[in-house]
Write a protein that binds this ligand. Structure first.
Ligand code: NDP
Length: 256
């Protein structure tokens, strides 16, 4: 069984790999054997060093995904550095909070551009590469999009975030439909409440924090490393017949 989850010889591109969930997923994939292209608008020195300490190759690719300008470069630099790649994790994301009656166009565009538009066009660039590589005998490509509980629920005061993550869920299914027979599994992970920079304000708000802990069946915040197993599964041959699935890793939040 363990061979099923072995990523030795695989190359993974992870966006937003400098911190939080992206960093934890990059390290989990490396622990399973993968080499890592760590993509970030901030340097990914810690991630690169940690992957190298595990005995795997890692490079940093600088990219600001608030526009789609860098997506071609990300693919080109990865292919130049590693000879190809097998796994894409679309993790980079932002959130903006305000009542819908006050929500600005700037906060709408910023979130949609980063969380949805860049995700689609990086999938497109990676998909073109993976389909061609598969035709030339490379194994299956694996695309993992980081969704959210707000892929399934409405949320409140986060209209562009909810729209973006619902969109990511829909795109994940659409791309799975188009690409499964062409050699790519496209799936998503929907994290629950995970303790990262993204959620510091929620944890610092005593009432919100208590309400979250009271509602989540696991009765604790998730750790970024809680996402590692799901990512390795969806990146590995264990998920070759899993397509368009959105895997919640949420301590039971959605089950409640
Ligand atoms: P963090 O804020 O810790 O990390 C977000 C990552 O995205 C950082 O690496 C950040 O880079 C990167 N990023 C943001 N904007 C850009 C950009 N324009 N170009 C390149 N990289 C960018 O948050 P999380 O680790 O919590 O979030 C990771 C993903 O998980 C996001 O998609 C988020 O929506 C999702 N998620 C998180 C949940 C949680 O509870 N934490 C719950 C559900 C989903 P930089 O450090 O430079 O800002």
């Amino acid at each position: 069984m363990s061979g099923m989850f072995d990523l030795t010889g695989k190359v993974a591109v992870v966006t937003g790999a400098n911190t939080g969930i992206g960093q934890a997923i990059a390290l989990a994939l490396a622990e399973a054997g993968a080499d890592i292209a760590a993509v970030g608008r901030s340097p990914c020195d810690d991630t690169v060093a940690a992957v190298q300490a595990l005995g795997h190759k890692a490079v940093f690719i600088a990219a600001d995904l608030s526009s789609i300008a860098p997506v071609g470069d990300i693919v080109e630099q990865t292919v130049a550095g590693f000879g190809g790649f097998d796994i894409l994790v679309n993790n980079a994301g932002i959130i903006r909070r305000a009542d819908s009656v006050d929500f600005t166009e700037a906060d709408w565009d910023a979130v949609i551009d980063t969380n949805l538009k860049s995700v689609f066009f990086l999938c497109q660039a990676a998909g073109r590469h993976m389909i061609a590589a598969h035709e030339h005998g490379r194994g299956r490509g694996k695309i993992i999009n980081i969704a959210s509980m707000l892929t399934f629920q409405g949320g409140i005061r986060v209209p562009s975030y909810t729209a973006s993550k619902s969109g990511v869920g829909g795109l994940t299914k659409l791309l799975a439909n188009e690409w499964s027979a062409k050699g790519i599994n496209v799936n998503a992970i929907a994290p629950g409440y995970i303790a990262t920079n993204n959620t510091t304000a929620l944890r610092d708000d005593e009432d919100r924090n208590a309400a979250i802990l009271a509602r989540v069946p696991a009765a604790r915040w998730g750790k970024p490393s809680d996402l590692g197993g799901a990512a390795v599964f969806l990146a590995s041959s264990a998920s070759d017949y899993v397509d368009g699935h959105i895997l919640a890793v949420d301590g039971g939040w959605l089950a409640r």
